[in-house]
Design a protein around this ligand. Structure first.
Ligand code: PEP
Length: 256
């Protein structure tokens, strides 16, 4: 059975001081408690070293919110996989809708970052999802299919266990509106079937597919109990130790 991944995306929130307080609080809440799934926090780059340190003696993992495709050189403002590895980052979020929208990241560029991360043993969390007008036009499968296939065509299925997809309907991110459990399950099953078609059914079974879009303690159980929902990518609710921790506890209950 796939372990659930409960991942927090702090976006451009929590600089070093705030991040340390928040990460310490989370680590303290779970101190000497078991967690049988996986918990991950992705803070802004500048806060990563502090969060890594706060989580040193805990099961919490850390990840970045972006990465570049080159190892080093004249790429002002960018960060490489080797730099993330030096900080012991386990994961990196790639192709978040905010990066696609505000920084014009293309499917091809996103695919090259996924390839680079997998080659360097950092697990990518590839974000895919449709906008509101695309959902209204019933185009969600075409949109998500295009985003996903651009990456699947560049990646070998031997990476299936390390490859994570986050289905994040853009209309549900930061809006308080959530996909219904049925809508989420339908899209997750579709994503898994595409992976099976492009890779193999065996590989598709290994890939974890997270749901993202206003997940919170009040809706986590119905979402996480869907067959093809293997965790959550959580923005707003990950900025409070209490609510993130509650979602983690729900994940434990769901997989008992
Ligand atoms: C996200 O940032 O990926 C996200 C899902 O945000 P929120 O939970 O705030 O909707």
């Amino acid at each position: 059975m796939r372990k659930l991944l409960i991942a927090g995306n702090w976006k451009m929130n929590a600089g070093p001081t705030e991040a340390k307080v928040l990460a310490d609080e989370m680590a303290e809440m779970w101190k000497s408690k078991d967690f049988n799934n996986e918990a991950l926090i992705c803070p802004p780059y500048v806060s990563l070293p502090f969060v890594v340190k706060s989580f040193r003696d805990s099961f919490f993992k850390t990840g970045a919110q972006n990465v570049y495709t080159e190892d080093n050189g004249a790429f002002t403002g960018e960060i490489s996989t080797s730099m993330l590895k030096e900080l012991t980052c386990d994961y990196v979020i790639i192709g978040h809708s905010e990066r696609r929208e505000y920084f014009q990241e293309s499917d091809e560029f996103i695919a090259s970052k996924v390839v680079k991360s997998l080659n360097e043993s950092i697990r990518p969390i590839l974000c895919v999802g449709e906008k509101l007008e695309e959902r209204k036009a019933n185009d969600q499968k075409t949109v998500v299919g295009t985003q996903l296939k651009a990456v699947l065509s560049q990646v070998d299925e031997k990476h299936a266990e390390d490859f994570v997809v986050a289905y994040e309907p853009v209309w549900a991110i930061g809006t308080g509106e959530t996909a219904s459990p049925e809508q989420a399950q339908e899209m997750h099953a579709f994503i898994r079937s595409l992976i099976a078609e492009n890779w193999s059914p065996d590989a598709a079974d290994k890939v974890r597919i997270l749901y993202g879009g206003s997940m919170k303690p009040a809706n986590a159980e119905e979402l996480l109990s869907q067959k093809d929902v293997d965790g959550g990518l959580i923005g707003g609710a990950s900025l409070k130790a209490g609510s993130f921790s509650e979602i983690m506890a729900i994940a434990e209950q769901t997989t008992k």
